[in-house]
Write a protein that binds this ligand. Structure first.
Ligand code: PGA
Length: 257
């Protein structure tokens, strides 16, 4: 059985002070939780302070983005080398990066290579728009995103990757997919594509999170599905009681399977 993994994507929220106080609260609320990997992904500038505040806790730390070069004339970017020793995970290809900042499949693939070369574990986001979903294009589109992200990645490297399937219209809107729908798409378009690329044995070891309006009230619906191994939580990860409740309820639902 794959160990569940629940990560909070804070997006562009929290000052350094606010970030530290949030993780201090999470440390307390999640101190006795076992059997679930948990991580927070705060903004770059808060990473050192959050890392320090997390000392002595099992909560992992991730960045929300990374460039693929180690250094260079790339104003405003942060390199994988700069993240080494600072965090364990890095979110790559979030739909906001793809759609608001124009990231392409090719860039995302370069970022995956760069992260893995520096021993940062990627959380690769994929997902279709409402129009694509309605037009029946979900499977080929999401499958294509997965193939592009893993171009040139070995099976041994792939095992270090977490996937996050997030339907774009479910992000920040309160309109989450049903657990069954998400389970089916993950099974076919995400894990199915990984099985095509690396074989079923490898695909079965890889964790796939669901993301998009996950809350304490609906997390059990997702984590009780066989193909869903965790959640990537945006808005509800900004409050310690909500995120802790998501972790506890999600883990309980996962264990009931
Ligand atoms: P949300 O965001 O939980 O606020 O919908 C999820 C995400 O974008 O990762």
């Amino acid at each position: 059985m794959r160990k569940p993994f629940i990560a909070g994507n804070w997006k562009m929220h929290k000052t350094i002070e606010e970030a530290v106080s949030l993780v201090r609260a999470l440390k307390k609320e999640l101190a006795n939780v076992e059997g679930c990997d948990v991580a927070v992904c705060p903004p770059f500038v808060t990473l050192p302070a959050v890392r320090e505040a997390l000392e002595g806790s099992d909560i992992g730390l991730g960045a929300q983005n990374v460039h693929w070069e180690d250094e260079g004339a790339f104003t405003g970017e942060v390199s994988p080398l700069m993240l080494v020793g600072l965090c364990d995970y890095v979110i790559i290809g979030h739909s906001e990066r793809r759609n608001v900042f124009g990231e392409t499949d090719e860039w995302i693939n370069k970022k995956v290579h760069a992260a893995l070369a520096h021993s940062l574990k990627p959380i690769i986001c994929v997902g279709e728009s409402l129009e694509q979903n309605r037009a029946g294009e979900t499977e080929p589109f999401v499958g294509g995103q997965v193939r592009a992200a893993f171009e040139g990645i070995t099976a041994a490297q792939a095992k270090l990757v977490t996937m996050a399937y997030e339907q774009i219209w479910a992000i920040g809107t309160g309109l989450a997919a049903t657990g069954e729908d998400a389970n089916e798409i993950i099974g076919s378009a995400v894990r199915g594509t990984l099985a095509d690329l690396y074989g079923d044995d490898v695909a079965q070891t890889m964790r796939v999170q669901y993301g998009g309006s996950v809350k304490p009230q609906n997390v059990a619906e997702f984590l009780s599905q066989p193909e869903i191994d965790g959640a990537l939580v945006g808005g509800a990860s900004l409050k310690a009681p909500d995120f802790s409740e998501i972790v506890k309820k999600g883990l309980a639902a996962h264990l009931k399977q």
